[in-house]
Design a protein around this ligand. Structure first.
Ligand SMILES: *Cc1c(COP(=O)(O)O)cnc(C)c1O
Length: 359
């Protein structure tokens, strides 16, 4: 039994996307595959704001997040931490055997560029990780300002996670000087899980050539050598790539600017609904991300009861808080293919349920 998912990933996949996945298999070394692979590059590059290749990885985002560390960290990596996903990056770097330092902010606070400068200035670091849109707290960090600071340190390779911001707001990888941009399939792109995307600068590839222990599956040089041939290093999730092709065509048809405007409008709609009901945004307003909304559960609503009612009566589900914020916050996604109609439907259901529960 599947419900309509308004959780921030995985999100609801459209019928058109599912239909695209039913196309017949092709060999991943065939001409048809090369044509398919190459047809995806312009759309992906436009969304990433880059002329660098965008490699396709058959893995969830954590695969390439870990892989990126193995490819670029020679000395020490600085992990900016302001929520569950960014916090985990410190642990992943340690497990990959890397020297690591953590720059911690309270959950719900954005990454502070000045603090990044102070930390990088100690000269120990040759890489940095941070998350553009920290999905666990709904917080959007100031990408351009952080990247301006990172660029003051030419030896530092930047790895930026855009899993819940990619295609919801403009991202200009090349203009900002981002070295490794990472995103996944099941959030902003509204595909099923299983595929992730990384765009790697020449600088970052040059770093990779100097490093041992890159492994095979996530090796930047393998990705690149295969990319040149219009292929992936190993057999990819071809059905998901069909889905991606469909979704990129949809994005093209809608228009990227219209897509950004839709996300902004739907996000504002969710925010203003919450405010009307008396909930405040968990992060400061101006740092609220645009593909989802994280509310502080200021009215102390019973979120498990809310979701039980949403599921059984309205066939949909929201998120009742991530990790240590479970029960204290709730999150609503407006990523992917949501429309005014689907968001209105959810809001009406939420109004009914919250009113009945007296919140
Ligand atoms: C969901 C998410 C991830 C992890 O993605 P997986 O697909 O589970 O590997 C990483 N970063 C952010 C910001 C996310 O929202």
């Amino acid at each position: 039994m599947s419900h309509r998912l308004y959780i921030p990933g995985p999100i609801t996949v459209s019928e058109g996307t599912f239909r695209a996945m039913t196309q017949g298999m092709i060999g991943h070394r065939s001409k048809d595959f090369v044509t398919l692979y190459r047809s995806l590059q312009p759309g992906l590059q436009r969304l990433a704001g880059t002329t660098d290749p965008v490699y396709l990885s058959t893995s969830s985002s954590w695969g390439i997040m870990e892989g990126a560390l193995r490819n670029v960290v020679a000395k020490k990596v600085l992990c900016c931490m302001n929520g569950a996903f960014s916090d985990k990056w410190l642990d992943v770097a340690r497990r990959a055997g890397k020297e690591v330092g953590g720059l911690r902010f309270d959950w719900g606070k954005p990454v502070d560029p000045a603090a990044v400068r102070t930390e990088l200035a100690n000269g120990q670091y040759d890489a940095i990780t941070f998350i553009h849109s920290e999905t666990s707290t709904g917080t959007l960090s100031p990408l351009a300002e952080i990247m301006a600071v990172v660029r003051e340190f030419p030896d530092v390779i930047s790895i930026v996670d855009t899993v819940s911001s990619f295609s919801t707001v403009p991202i200009d990888k090349d203009a900002l000087g981002i070295d490794v941009l990472i995103t996944g399939s099941q959030k902003a792109l509204a595909l099923p899980p299983g595929l992730s995307f990384l765009s790697v600068s020449e600088r970052a590839r040059a770093r990779a050539t100097t490093l041992q222990g890159r492994g095979y599956y996530f090796d930047f040089l393998e990705f690149h050598a295969n990319h040149e041939k219009g292929m992936t290093p190993s057999t990819p999730a071809i059905s998901l790539i069909y889905a991606l092709q469909h979704q990129l065509a949809q994005i093209e048809a809608e228009g990227i600017k219209t897509r950004y405007a839709r996300h902004l409008r739907l996000n504002e709609k969710v925010r203003s609904w919450g405010k009307t009901r008396g909930f405040s945004l968990f992060p400061e307003e101006k740092y609220g991300t645009r593909g989802l909304t994280c509310f502080a559960n200021t009215l102390n609503a019973d979120l498990e009861a809310v979701n039980a009612a949403l599921k059984s009566r309205f066939n949909c589900v929201i998120d009742g808080g991530y990790g240590k914020l479970k029960g204290k916050t709730f999150r609503i996604s407006n990523m992917g293919d949501e429309t005014d109609e689907t968001i209105d439907t959810l809001i009406n259901a939420l109004d009914t349920v919250f009113s009945e529960l007296g919140a």
